[in-house]
Design a protein around this ligand. Structure first.
Ligand SMILES: [Mg+2]
Length: 446
């Protein structure tokens, strides 16, 4: 008699918020006071291996409860499913979640519901990688091109990339993969740091952190811009003075501008040699990005952290609207959709420089870039993963930076598992930090 198959027994969710707004960490022109938060999900099973699938999506405070409610709405698709089938083919759960016709009305494939799907799908991949006893990047690089392509939903993108082309890209990507994997294990994947450049920091703090970034081995930093032009000119001059001419400096407007304003503002900062301008305008404005790209060249145009799905990425690429594609591990529908986006980027030969920071986004997205390097694009040239030195201590398997590079993770999984004591402390509003904080607010108001 065959043993009873193990199944998913619970999909538990947590509203976790960190009080980051008190230090102005993460402040930019559109988001002056974020409380970095995670809508967090844990898949539990009745297997006796004790393994769980962890996933999350990132928000910046209020609304994290809405995001958690969206994840809860997906629970019935996952509870009761066979663990072996789920982990052998995460694409099935991806398709089932996207295909829930009643929930699909809330998108389709965008916004809160789509981010919830991403959290659940990524939790499945975390569980699959843990069961395979591999870090996720290695599970992906060890997979066959045909299986990887079976994980991608080509609906709405087949006009730009067919499954046959995708198999071809992945077959070509395997040539030399063994050598690149050895290089990755030895050197890691290059990062750049946003830590010096938050808008709320003083010039003194900017200078100190920019110098520190260079001393730590980073070859690129990023500055938030877009609130006040005179301030931006002063801050860009200060930062350029601190890092010297040989280090790349990107600027990030976090969607602040209209198209014409984006061109004028970026040109006004051109003397400080910005490498790219990030999120100059609405992430939905494909043709606007194309116009900005023409207007600010040779400064490059980058976007993606708020691009809602593979279809908008397809259009940005088809329109020649971006020089740099910025995937985010927790904005779209999880690993499956990011595979589609990485394949589109490879087809159009646009470098991928992921968005990270937030809560745990560095931990997640490093796996996707490392897969891209070893088994798809085959290069780290002009490719860097964002790095923010922030909140990593809450994770069991935090990123390890060495000489400005992300070290390849060795622990099985997607590096998504948060420390239980952090969950207990920062769950909102009942965790120990928030309970005490809200009680003292009440005391102050009385
Ligand atoms: Mg950004």
């Amino acid at each position: 008699m065959s043993p009873t198959p193990t199944r998913v027994t619970a999909v538990d969710t947590y509203d976790i918020r960190f009080p980051t707004s008190r230090e102005l960490d993460g402040s930019d022109a559109m988001n002056p006071d974020p409380d970095y938060s995670a809508a967090y999900v844990v898949l539990r099973t009745d297997a006796d291996d004790g393994l769980e699938g962890h996933g999350f999506t990132f928000t910046i405070g209020r609304g994290n409860d809405v995001q958690v409610a969206a994840i809860n709405a997906l629970r019935h698709h996952v509870v009761g499913r066979r663990v072996d089938e789920l982990c052998a083919d995460p694409g099935t759960v991806n398709r089932d979640l996207i295909g829930d016709s009643q929930l699909r009305w809330l998108g389709p494939e965008k916004g809160v519901m789509h981010m919830a799907i991403g959290a659940v799908v990524n939790a499945v991949w975390d569980l699959a990688a843990k069961r395979a006893r591999k870090p996720l990047w290695q599970l992906l690089t060890d997979a066959t091109p045909e299986w990887l392509v079976s994980q991608v939903d080509f609906r709405y993108i087949a006009d730009a990339l067919t499954p046959e082309e995708a198999v071809g890209l992945l077959r070509a990507g395997r040539e030399g993969a063994t050598g690149r994997e050895a290089t990755l294990r030895e050197r890691g994947f290059p990062g750049y740091t946003t830590s010096p450049g938050w808008l709320g920091y003083s010039d003194e703090k900017l200078t100190r952190l920019a110098r520190q970034a260079v001393a730590d081995g980073f070859t690129q930093i990023k500055l938030k811009v877009g609130a006040d032009l005179a301030d931006d000119i002063r801050r860009c001059r200060t930062a350029r003075g601190a890092i010297g001419p040989g280090i790349r400096m990107a600027i990030d407007a976090n969607q602040r501008w209209n198209v014409g304003e984006a061109v004028e503002w970026t040109r006004a900062l051109a003397e400080f040699d910005p490498y790219w301008v990030e999120e100059p305008t609405s992430p939905d404005d494909v043709l606007g990005h194309a116009a900005i790209r023409t207007g600010v060249a040779p400064v490059k145009v980058a976007t993606g952290e708020h691009v809602q799905n593979r279809i908008v990425f397809k259009q940005l690429l088809q329109a020649g609207a971006i020089d740099i594609l910025q995937i985010d591990a927790a904005r779209v529908g999880g690993v499956n959709e990011n595979l589609a986006i990485l394949l589109l980027a490879a087809k159009f030969a646009v470098p991928v420089c992921p968005h990270a920071g937030g809560v745990g986004l560095c931990e997640l997205v490093q796996h996707l870039s490392m897969f891209d390097y070893v088994a798809l694009s085959g290069t780290t040239e002009n490719r860097v993963i964002e790095y923010v030195d922030h909140l990593h201590q809450h994770f069991i398997d935090p990123v390890v930076m060495r000489a400005g590079h992300y070290t390849a993770p060795t622990a099985p999984g997607f590096s998504a598992t948060m420390r239980p004591e952090s969950i207990a402390e920062f769950t909102y509003p009942g965790g120990s930090f928030w309970a005490a904080d809200l009680a003292s607010d009440k005391g102050a108001a009385a």
